[in-house]
Design a protein around this ligand. Structure first.
Ligand code: SAH
Length: 198
């Protein structure tokens, strides 16, 4: 993955979605800097370049069903919603989920469905997904996410230890799973059955 964002659709979505609405009022002045910001519950909204780069890797064309694990502020889901048919997003912290849902309504992003659950189990009901994006870092790629990925399908997920991870690009093709490692990243912990323990 290169740091340059060249997909015009991704750039347009980044320009369209009002990032300042997804951060606390106190942080709004810094919402457009290229850095992560706190969103409550010890969680962070990823820096814009990481959001754009992970989105670009998924090569969305507008017709996809996309699963996101780690709704957080809802910002990444909002970006995805401009670029695919439907976004399914799972968050384990209720207050964050509630805040994100409010924003989706306010901004009329009606093609996002959000659910409170352990996202390491995926979201079986609507599987398979053409693309999956995980925005928290875990020790391994959760098995249910590989199972719920369509064939062909692609997933981007940070895997590593608690402090630093490597972005993994997972492709399912003709029944095979191919994994490429991209760059080093720092995400908050993916907590759950197939993630860290609390
Ligand atoms: N995509 C978010 C990033 C939020 S940080 C945004 O754009 O703001 C990562 C989020 O993953 C946190 O909100 C955290 O609570 C959530 N998370 C961690 N483990 C999870 C799990 N097993 N299932 C669902 N969400 C999880």
């Amino acid at each position: 993955m290169t740091r340059g964002i060249s997909d015009p659709n991704v750039l347009q979505a980044m320009a369209e979605v009002p990032r300042h609405l997804f951060v606390d009022t106190a942080q709004q002045a810094s919402a457009y800097g290229d850095h992560p910001l706190p969103i409550g519950g010890d969680q962070t909204i990823s820096q814009p370049l990481v959001v754009a780069a992970m989105t670009q890797v998924l090569q969305l064309t507008g017709s996809e069903k996309v699963l996101e694990i780690g709704t957080g502020s809802g910002y990444q889901a909002a970006i995805l919603s401009r670029l695919c048919e439907k976004v399914y997003t799972v968050e384990r912290i209720n207050s964050l989920l509630a805040g994100a849902r409010k924003l989706f309504d306010k901004l009329h992003y009606y093609n996002i469905l959000a659910r409170l659950d352990d996202g390491t189990m995926g979201w079986q009901e609507y599987a398979p997904y053409d693309a999956i994006i995980v925005t928290a870092g875990g020790p391994e790629i959760p098995g249910p996410l590989i199972d719920q990925l369509a064939d062909p399908g692609r997933m981007v997920i940070p895997v590593g230890d608690r402090e630093v991870q490597e972005l993994h690009y997972v492709q399912k093709m003709d029944g095979e799973v191919i994994i490429d490692k991209l760059e080093s990243v720092r995400f908050v912990s993916l907590i759950g059955e197939h993630g860290w323990n609390g």
